[in-house]
Design a protein around this ligand. Structure first.
Ligand code: S3P
Length: 427
């Protein structure tokens, strides 16, 4: 599908973003490994999370309400999954593949997991290598680096792993494998990545210890089904935050947004950019902090985005690049080479597409530099590279362009934000 975006000013309204993608994935995985019922509300019905749920159905987990925001997962316990009859196809979802590899590695059956063209090119050795150290048997192209991957589940042994990347997918994969081994499994990270797995495992009854950049989980816990209310996804809210900030005469209230500190790096950066926003009704749900965010048009200032904040806003960098085009001064984005192995190479994609929109931007190996403010020209056709966050970032840029823009291949938006276009229309 192609998307035509017309420039618009004065965005106004109260809107609710869809459920958090990371928490939705984990609710299915951990709910399936727990004993008894897990009732989830606010589940993200994007394709990525539905693919996780279908994969667990394929392994014998009964899930009621699949396709809606309210679901009941009938957990089967740590050893209750069944050998899937067909290939587990998780589409575009790196989180599904990496976290599930940790689970599949310790199950006493054979499975094959695959994904779409983009996912089949993304590096999996970052999880299959440490899993092999735990005793996992995994085969795939490029020495177990590329999907499709075949797993013959094994008895796993615990591990202390020093991860070379600050990646919640790597950390979570190893912790989920560690649930199935005796003793404590420990992950040390170079920087803190999102901690939803730790929080949820603890909420379900696992013994989890966190000390600085170290996380440890004790194997073979008796996980018990729970109620989970999924907050709205700050990574989805980011598009509307920036849309309101860079659009004249705008004011939006984004309801119920998850503000876990390991995810809310965008707010730290927006503070430095002097963005006008406030948090309303701050509260805690299932160990996760939440608030409504009221945001208004602002005269943004440039800043440097790098170092330890990067893992806390890794998915928001494409939309922050759009914000940078409107900020006064030189915005430097650095230490973000991980963007090159996301759904597409997000550094190259944003630099190429922003240039098409008339923006001067300097590409760096680990980021980019944008001198602002610059006006966004329209009248061009951009492409999404099949990446939902590139498509949505360009759509927000289109709202302040001088003329209409067309973005090709935007079906991918459905992976994380099925009602994005409806909400844009609504405001
Ligand atoms: C995710 C972790 C991040 C993020 C992805 C979701 C997760 O990836 O980019 O969208 O739910 O654990 P990395 O952990 O590989 O950085």
């Amino acid at each position: 599908m192609d998307l035509k975006v017309q420039p618009k000013s004065s965005l106004r309204g109260n809107i609710k973003m869809p459920g958090d993608k990371s928490i939705s994935h984990r609710s299915v995985m951990i709910g399936s490994l727990a004993a008894g019922k897990t009732e989830v509300s606010g589940f993200l019905t994007g394709e990525d999370c539905l693919n996780t749920a279908k994969a667990f159905q394929n392994m014998g987990v009964k899930i009621e309400g699949l396709g809606s925001e309210e679901m009941v997962i009938h957990g089967v316990g740590l050893n209750g999954l069944q050998e899937p009859e067909s290939i587990l196809d998780v589409g575009n979802s790196g989180t599904s593949m990496r976290l599930m590899l940790g689970i599949l590695s310790g199950q006493d059956f054979y499975s094959v997991i695959t994904g779409d063209e983009s996912l089949s090119q993304r590096p999996m050795a970052r999880v299959t290598d440490p899993l092999k150290e735990m005793g996992a048997e995994i085969y795939g192209r490029d020495n177990g680096n590329l999907a499709p991957l075949t797993v013959r589940g094994q008895e796993l042994t615990n591990l202390e792993y020093d991860s070379p990347v600050a990646s919640a997918q790597v950390k979570s994969c190893i912790l989920l494998a560690g649930l199935q081994a005796d003793g404590a499994t420990i992950v040390n990270e170079p920087e803190k990545s999102r901690d939803h797995t730790e929080r949820m495992l603890e909420y379900f009854g696992a013994e989890v210890e966190v000390s600085g950049l170290q996380v440890s989980v004790k194997g073979r816990p008796a996980l018990k089904g729970k109620k989970i209310t999924v907050p709205s996804d700050i990574s989805s809210a980011a598009f509307f935050l920036v849309a309101a900030l860079i659009n004249q005469d705008s004011e939006l209230v984004l309801e119920n947004v998850g503000l876990n500190p390991t995810r809310a790096g965008i707010l730290e950066v927006l503070d430095e950019m002097e963005a006008d926003y406030e948090l309303l009704d701050e509260r805690l749900e299932n160990k996760e902090p939440i608030a409504d965010i009221k945001v208004k048009s602002s005269d943004l200032k440039a800043t440097t985005i790098g170092g330890e904040v990067i893992p806390k806003l890794i998915d928001e960098i494409p939309i922050l690049a759009v914000a940078a085009t409107q900020a006064e001064g030189r915005t430097v984005i650095k230490d973000a080479a991980e963007l090159r192995v996301k759904e597409t190479d997000r550094i190259s994609a944003m630099v190429t597409e922003l240039k098409k929109l008339g923006i001067e931007v300097e590409e760096k190996e680990d980021g980019m530099i944008i001198e602002g403010p610059q006006s966004i020209q329209g009248g061009v056709q951009c492409q999404s590279y099949g990446d939902h966050r590139i498509a949505m970032s360009l759509a927000v840029a289109g709202l302040i362009a001088k003329e209409d823009i067309v973005i090709t291949n935007t079906d991918c938006i459905k992976t994380s934000f099925p009602n994005f276009i409806d909400l844009i229309d609504e405001i």
